[in-house]
Design a protein around this ligand. Structure first.
Ligand code: ADP
Ligand code: MG
Length: 801
């Protein structure tokens, strides 16, 4: 049954379809209603009701019913009942099939007697103790398997779950609430104790303990045990003793004693009793609904979760289970109405089809062991083959570092051309060779990248020749500002702060680093310091107002002392000596690369994308222009040809008899062509106009993006590396200021330009603009409050303990 496949994913061997076995057990009585209850054969029970003449409309009142079941147990001994109802279900459980046996019926009709039996009399013991006995007997008979048995005993009363085998003294449902949990393995009750029992006796003790607990609890809670459902579960797990067998089977047998099924209202229940009755009737009618749904092949959804009873039994009703139902009825005429309703339930149950299947699982530990064995065997086999092929030196173990290093060197030599061939030894080695190719390749890529980076970052600001070379390469414009490369690739940033013509700076680029003190420039001009160092320096002076103009060189040296090893020559590029550390501000170009791949990645991506679009549109525009020119040319040629044809015709004076001009085919075709060309021209021209508009728009977008990228970078750079410590603390996570926002104290000290920049910064850093500040602040505060509550609650709990 497809709709049950979620209940247990481990069954593999599907069985054949089976119906639920539904039996009726009639409670012995001296007052059996022979007139009303008749057995047609040992499976069919007929009910006959006398017409009730006191009722008004009697003609359409049904008086006869017939129920065909799997067996009618009249005056049957406990032994016979077990043989008929339970024996097969239990024996199948040891083969891995789940089983469910339920007793249903009116209170007093014999459910508990059938399930549990009379505990004081061995002969009258019910299905439960007999099932346990059978399980242990079968285990003895099956020495080929190691079989474990576990049991649990659950009671459901007024939609609350009780563990009848709880090792703790009874404390009520609120302290250890149990929950019904579903996973791929099926349904289980979280919190329900499951007890390993190695022999029959243990199992019996648990069973009795459960019964006792049930009675004690019913007294303690003043509850009527006939109004609760109880589910005794036997869990079986059978492993083959043959170690090579990785598969093992599991199963569970649910033995369910349902609450009394009598209808409400008859007894005029009140208060607690009414509440109980409502719960029972609800859960039983939910059980019935589930049963009806299970019996209906067209139904996709089975309402298992409506109550605890059906939820707990979800994977034990229908599905892959062997199922048996005993409907206990009275034989007396007075109970006929209830008897009828019980029989109806039984016949509905009979419609349910199940598809019993083995719950087969795989023992991972055993599997590993078996695979290891297999591996060892195959290695031996390989060794035999190698020795026959004279390849005795070959080793198939995983390679160690030295061997890998050797392969790496082989690959390098091979790439350099100093090694002609790499010897193939075995598959593992081939794989490693390819691996090392990849390693070498990525190393080389990195080397190329970093050498390129060095090339762009290490230009001396005073080296005018170098700068002009860079300018020629299109990296800086005449003002020394960096430009995005027109081909859509990333752009360098090395000498961004260099200003060849001071005072010609555009306003928009008036950022901190572009206001170096005159002395800084003077010093820069006379000292052999690389551009990036000057960059760091000028930025730093911005935020350390105490530095005096004359201290430039000192400061530079100090800066180096704190950042680098003092024995290093001043102009050694630091990347070659130290990897960049967070405490050492990286040069702007390097930082810019970082920025683009991290914080600025999104805008950089948009920037690049827009540039790509722009370039593509430009290309298309130029292609279109070319096409237009070609068409224009063609039009001119065609026009000329037409004129020639026309003049020719005029000379010949070709007219038809009506005086109309006769056009020959050639001229006609030329006319058509001209028309067509003009149409083409118009379409292309329209395209070109659209493209131009688009290009203009894209150009603006690209400019905007570039501007934003640079502005954000500036902010990020200064903030990341040049913000005083007190402010950095404020920018740490947990403070109400996000990175990207500046504390209020900072705004006050900002100049007018900086104020502008600050609001701009807020807009760009907070994705939703300045309005989102309160949102983020509230969020942070809520988080803090939540954390506070968590801590204090934790403290209180610890205190209580
Ligand atoms: P239920 O659990 O359905 O409410 P019980 O199993 O408690 O009913 O039965 C009520 C009483 O009838 C008990 O005293 C029980 O021993 C007795 N009884 C029920 N069925 C039988 C039976 N088949 N043979 C002998 N006594 C029975
Ligand atoms: Mg009972």
């Amino acid at each position: 049954m497809m709709r049950h496949k979620n209940t247990n994913k481990h069954f593999t061997r599907m069985g054949t379809r089976k119906k639920v076995h539904a039996f009726v057990r009639v409670k012995p009585t001296d007052d059996f209603a022979h007139e009303m209850i008749r057995y047609r054969d040992d499976k069919t029970i007929d009910i006959h009701l006398e017409r009730d003449t006191r009722r008004g409309v009697i003609n359409n009142q049904q008086t006869d019913w017939s129920f065909k079941l799997d067996g009618v147990l009249h005056d049957a001994s406990q032994d016979l009942v077990y043989e008929t109802v339970a024996k097969d279900v239990v024996s199948q459980a040891l083969n891995g099939y789940n089983g469910t046996i339920m007793c249903y019926g009116q209170t007093g009709a014999g459910k508990t007697y059938t399930m549990m039996g009379a505990t004081e009399n061995y002969k009258h013991r019910g299905i439960l103790p007999r099932a346990l006995q059978q399980v242990f007997r079968m285990i003895e008979e099956r020495p080929t398997h190691a079989i474990t048995v576990r049991v649990s005993y659950l009671e459901i009363y007024n939609e609350s779950l009780f563990d009848l085998l709880s090792t703790l003294p009874y404390v009520g449902p609120s302290v250890t609430p149990m929950t019904i949990v579903e996973n791929s393995q099926g349904v289980f009750i979280k919190g329900l104790s499951v007890h390993l029992t190695s022999q029959e006796e243990d199992a019996f003790s648990l069973l009795f303990e459960g019964e006792t607990n049930r009675i004690i609890a019913s007294h303690a809670m003043n509850k009527n045990s006939s109004r609760s459902h109880s589910i005794f579960t036997i869990y079986v797990e059978a492993h083959s003793r043959t170690l090579s067998d990785e598969k093992y089977v599991t199963s569970k047998i649910n033995l369910v004693d349902l609450a009394g099924s009598e209808r409400l209202g008859k007894s005029g229940s009140e208060g607690r009793v009414l509440k109980e009755a409502t719960y029972i009737n609800k859960s039983l009618s939910f059980l019935e609904q589930a049963i009806i749904a299970l019996g209906d092949q067209k139904r996709e959804h089975i309402p298992f979760r409506q109550c605890k009873l059906t939820h707990a039994l979800k994977d034990s009703l229908g599905g892959n289970c062997n199922m048996a139902l005993v409907t206990n009825i009275y034989g007396e005429a007075a109970q006929l109405e209830e008897t009828l309703s019980s029989l109806r339930f039984a016949s509905r149950m009979k419609l349910v089809t199940t598809e019993p299947a083995i719950n087969e699982k795989c023992d991972a530990e055993r599997m590993v062991k078996n695979l290891e064995k297999e591996l060892a065997l195959l290695k031996q086999e390989l060794a035999v083959h190698d020795s026959l092929a004279n390849r005795t030196h070959v080793n198939y173990d995983p390679m160690d570092e030295i061997q890998i290093a050797e392969i790496n060197s082989q690959v390098r030599r091979y790439l350099e051309g100093t090694l002609d061939e790499i010897d193939i030894i075995n598959l593992r080695q081939i794989q490693e060779v390819f691996n090392q190719f990849r390693v070498v390749l990525s190393q080389q890529e990195q080397e190329v990248e970093s050498s390129l980076r060095r090339k762009y970052t290490l230009i001396d600001k005073n080296d005018l020749a170098a700068i002009s070379a860079v300018q020629k390469a299109g990296l800086v414009d005449a003002d020394g500002h960096l430009v995005g490369e027109p081909d859509g690739q990333s752009f360098g940033f090395g000498v961004a702060s260099f200003t060849a013509k001071a005072g010609k700076k555009p306003k928009s680029r008036k950022t901190m680093k572009e206001q170096p003190s005159s002395s800084a420039r003077k010093e820069g001009a006379s000292s052999p310091v690389s551009g990036k160092d000057l960059d760091i320096f000028t930025s730093k002076t911005q935020l350390t107002p105490s530095s005096k103009d004359g201290d430039v060189k000192d400061m530079l040296l100090r800066d180096r002392e704190t950042s680098y090893n003092e024995t290093l020559p001043l102009d050694t590029p630091k990347e070659e000596l130290h990897p960049p550390r967070p405490s050492t501000p990286p040069s702007r170009p390097v930082a810019f690369e970082d920025f683009k791949s991290e914080r600025g990645s999104e805008i950089n991506r948009i920037f690049k994308e827009n540039k790509c679009i722009l370039n593509e549109r430009r290309k298309r525009a130029s292609e279109t222009t070319q096409r237009i020119n070609a068409i224009k040319k063609e039009i001119d040629i065609t026009k000329e040809a037409l004129n020639f044809q026309k003049s020719l015709r005029e000379k010949q004076g070709e007219y038809d008899h009506k005086g109309l001009m006769i056009i020959d085919e050639e001229e006609f075709l030329l006319l058509l062509k001209l028309k067509d060309l003009k149409k083409q021209y118009r379409t292309e021209y329209q395209d070109l106009r659209d493209l131009r508009a688009e290009i203009q728009y894209c150009q603006r977008l690209v400019d905007q993006c570039r501007h934003r990228l640079l502005t954000e970078f500036d902010i990020w750079y200064n903030e990341s590396f040049f913000i005083p410590e007190d402010m950095q603390a404020a920018l740490k996570p947990g403070s109400s200021i996000r990175p990207g926002m500046l504390p209020v104290s900072r705004i006050v000290s900002l100049g007018e330009d900086d104020q502008d920049k600050f609001s701009q910064l807020q807009q760009t850093m907070l994705p939703e603009g300045p309005d989102s500040i309160s949102f983020y602040n509230a969020k942070v505060k809520t988080e803090q409050k939540h954390n506070y509550l968590k801590t204090t609650m934790g403290l209180q709990q610890a205190h209580r303990k």
